[in-house]
Ligand binder design. Sequence first.
Ligand code: FPP
Length: 246
Amino acid sequence: MDLLKKIDTTNLPKHLSIIMDGNGRWAKKQGFIRAIGHENGTKSVKTTIETCAKLGIEFLTLYAFSTENWNRPKLEIETLMKLLVNSLKKELKTLQDNNIKLNAIGNLEQLPKTAQKELQDVIEATKKNTRMTLTLALSYGSREEIVFAIKNISDKVKNNIISIDSIDDSIINEHLYTRNLPDVDLLIRTSGEHRISNFLLWQIAYAELYFTDVLWPDFKEQDLYEAIISYQKRERRFGKTSEQIK
Ligand code: FPP
């Protein structure tokens, strides 16, 4: 049965984020090299982006490359960067056709120049799009992001731009890479791992977490619908009692 019919489009997660995991295991299972897993992972990226836009999700954030991923073999890093550049070139039309704005978070200066350039070009070309904001987390680490924010805030305190007393949640939000994004409502991780892996630690404070055994290259529309249906069955209390919510 098509799970799409079970989705309440008035109660979608406004901000969905995904830890796309399991490309390597998917490839190994079928006797392929890891690069083939990543290549097939890009197909799931495309399907997921298009499905989210169609559904009406406003913000989609994908964990594409972590600060820790720089420790992978050089050849694998090169493969991932090539896939990123090629996908950006190839999918600009998909973004435009679906009215999707591209955004990127992370220590982007660490990326190869070609990737930085391609990213900038697609961000610029799609900046007026309004249907959905797609954020790619690239060379991203949440702890690094928080350290960076603390340094910037401290600097402003030192120079009397802000006072210590004025530091609150919103000041911290404004100094994160995600300053233009709302808090995460639903976080999905594929491949059976139950970890957050340094992804959006501040931003997932009240997110619903959804873990699936499906490996990322196998993650398709119906898997996304299942995650959203699970999200819609949950009662989000934000620290309040069940009675207060009703
Ligand atoms: C995790 O699988 C996936 C990644 C490290 C990168 C995700 C990248 C893609 C889906 C392709 C390129 C992305 C874009 C945005 C074009 P893993 O290698 O950790 O899998 P394993 O845990 O099974 O080894």
